[in-house]
Design a protein around this ligand. Sequence first.
Ligand code: 13P
Ligand code: SF4
Length: 305
Amino acid sequence: PEKFASLSDTLTKLKKERNAVILGHVYQRPEIQEVADYVGDSLQLAQQAAKTDADVIVFCGVHFMAESAAILSPDKIVLLPEENAGCPMADMVTAEALRKRKAEIPGVQVVAYVNSSADVKAECDICCTSSNALKVVQSLPQDRPILFIPDKNLGHWVAQQTGRKDIILWEGYCNTHDRLTAADIDKAKAEHPEAEVIVHPECQPEVVAKADFVASTTGLINYAVNSPKDSFIIGTEEGVLHPLRKKAPQKNYYLATRQLICPNMKATSLEKVVWSLQEMRPRITVDPVIREKALASLERMLAIV
Ligand code: 13P
Ligand code: SF4
């Protein structure tokens, strides 16, 4: 804590000097969430990145998020303090594999979860996040099939909720959320029968089927804080416990399994954030041709929400 306080002071000075804004995902370490100017889910952070008037965006999250910020705000310097913070799910689809699959499905419309590279976004029709996936899919014409990439679990949930029978899934998944099993939920419910089960749609369908409420990270946080209930079994990455304990400290939160930790999200340290702003690297940029196409997919999404 003492070390964090002095790093945080250095960061405040550097931020002013550089006219920088720090964006942090809710899966980041608590000390990162504390220094961030804005903490939110993927959609909220993309919206912030698109509208900020800072010169520098320090993205405390994973690579695809910083890339989206660079696509949305090309005149800003976008820094990703931990260069190796990737998203294994985003790596489960490449632009080449997607082009091949598209060619096999006549008339297909591609919906890309934002957890994907700029190259992949450039090959799709519209992006979505976990908080707007239903709205995005509902906005699409009914007469052409949908290829939903890369998260098969989110895609399955969207198909179920919208009732669309023509959604083709990709074999991708988040290996953090996918670790949570239906047996873990049963065990947690037996231990805390009074608690509501709230889970992220990146979880397996068998887990989602056992949940009382399904939403994006911010959706889950808002639900638990505003619910009349006071105990929750949490089926998403443990970073959400920090805002939950701050916003509603009197309530009880039980992580459905201790395995719900994303190593990539935890890779960013406060030291790295300070260093990154001192050195102004690692910088994330996107090829202008790819950027223009990927931007169209992101803007179509942002126009809906
Ligand atoms: P949201 O921020 O949309 O809830 O997505 C969670 C996630 O896994 C981000 O990597
Ligand atoms: Fe990717 Fe899952 Fe980590 Fe999010 S939690 S960054 S989807 S691996």
